[in-house]
Ligand binder design. Structure first.
Ligand SMILES: Cc1cc2nc3c(=O)[nH]c(=O)nc-3n(C[C@H](O)[C@H](O)[C@H](O)COP(=O)(O)O)c2cc1C
Length: 168
């Protein structure tokens, strides 16, 4: 398996924490972690396997580092890149816009030619609407550190096991 570039943005540390747990599951030697506040979108091109992690802020908006990072995707050709997503959100207080940032990022990656992997069942969550749901599945791993933090380790374990065979 080739090296995976894991890029995340995090306001209060929840996404950063999930990123570390995902890296541990994949095996530290297989993953390079990037806080997107310290790099630009061109850095993605160093990897054929990419994982993108984002929390949602405002009302269905991107986390602030992602606001700066995502516009750079317009300069990228992601053809041939395998891309997995994970998102952090709050399904209780933001039930109408749960994990919308993950949906926004997914759309941009597909527009730029990336091959998405790692769709995740929407069962076990209680929310009203999310742009991160396509054809009944989340486009990536859905995590809620505010309301279901105890489920995070198992969710990460199953999701990582699922994507491992799809990485290049
Ligand atoms: C002011 C504020 C706005 C938020 N807006 C959303 C939102 O629109 N949708 C959502 O799913 N979660 C929302 N959340 C929840 C965060 O995404 C969640 O707490 C996440 O774990 C934060 O991760 P981070 O610390 O990595 O940024 C919001 C939280 C706060 C405090």
């Amino acid at each position: 398996m080739k090296t995976i570039g894991l890029f995340y943005g995090s306001e209060t540390g929840n996404t950063e924490n999930a990123a570390s747990m995902i890296a541990a599951q994949l095996g530290e030697g297989n993953v390079v972690l990037h806080n997107i506040s310290e790099c630009d979108a061109q850095s993605l091109l160093s990897y054929d396997n990419i994982i993108l992690g984002a929390s949602t802020w405002g009302f269905g908006e991107l986390q602030s580092d992602w606001e700066n990072f995502l516009p750079g995707f317009d300069e990228l050709d992601l053809t041939g890149k395998t891309v997995a997503f994970f998102g952090l959100g709050d399904q209780v207080n933001y039930a109408d816009v749960f994990l919308d940032a993950m949906g926004t990022i997914y759309e941009k990656v597909v527009e730029r030619g990336g091959q998405p992997i790692g769709a995740w069942p929407a069962d076990g969550y209680d929310f009203s609407a999310s742009t991160a749901v396509v054809d009944g599945y989340f486009v990536g791993l859905a995590l809620d550190a505010d309301n279901q933090d105890d489920m995070t380790p198992d969710r990460i374990g199953s999701w990582v096991a699922g994507i491992q065979g799809q990485l290049q």
